[in-house]
Design a protein around this ligand. Sequence first.
Ligand SMILES: O=C(O)CCC(=O)C(=O)O
Ligand SMILES: [Mn+2]
Length: 149
Amino acid sequence: MFGKIVDIPRLQAWYGDEAATYAYSKLTLQPMPWTSGLLPLKQQVSDFCQSNFNGMLANCYRDHQDSVSWHSDDEPELGEQPVIASLSFGCERVFHLKQKHGGEKFKLPLQSGSLLVMSGDTQKNWSHAIHKTRIEKSMRINLTFRNIL
Ligand SMILES: O=C(O)CCC(=O)C(=O)O
Ligand SMILES: [Mn+2]
C-alpha cells in the first residue's frame, strides 16, 4: 500500500486483461495475465452472467484464521451496479451479508463448486464478510470475477 508491504489475513492475487488496473481497498493491483486454466472458467462464468468480466480477484483462505472483513465492492471503477461472480473451491466457509441501513442479515454457506452472483444495488445497500472461525478449516480458494470499466 503506497509503497509499503501491508499484511492482510488471506492470500490474494489479481488476474485480468492488461488494462484492468484495480484500486482495491487502498491497494493498487496490476493484473497478472489469465492462465490457460482460468480462461475457460472466466468464459463459462461470463456466459452464465451475460457479463464481460475483464478481471478476477483470487482469495486464498489458508485456514479458519483467514478472513475478509466487512466491506462492499463499490470502488468507482466497478461502476454503479457491478455484477460480481464469486466461485468457491475447497473448504466451505460462511458468507455473511448485512444491510448498510437496516437490520437485515444473511448467512450463506459457500460450498466447493458454488457460484454466488451479486448484482444490482447489492454493493450499494449491503456489506459482506467472511469471518474467522473457532472451528478448524482447511484451505478455501475464492475467485471473484469483476468488470473494470
Ligand atoms: O471469499 C469470498 O467469498 C469473498 C471475497 C470478497 O468479498 C472479495 O474478494 O471482495
Ligand atoms: Mn467483496
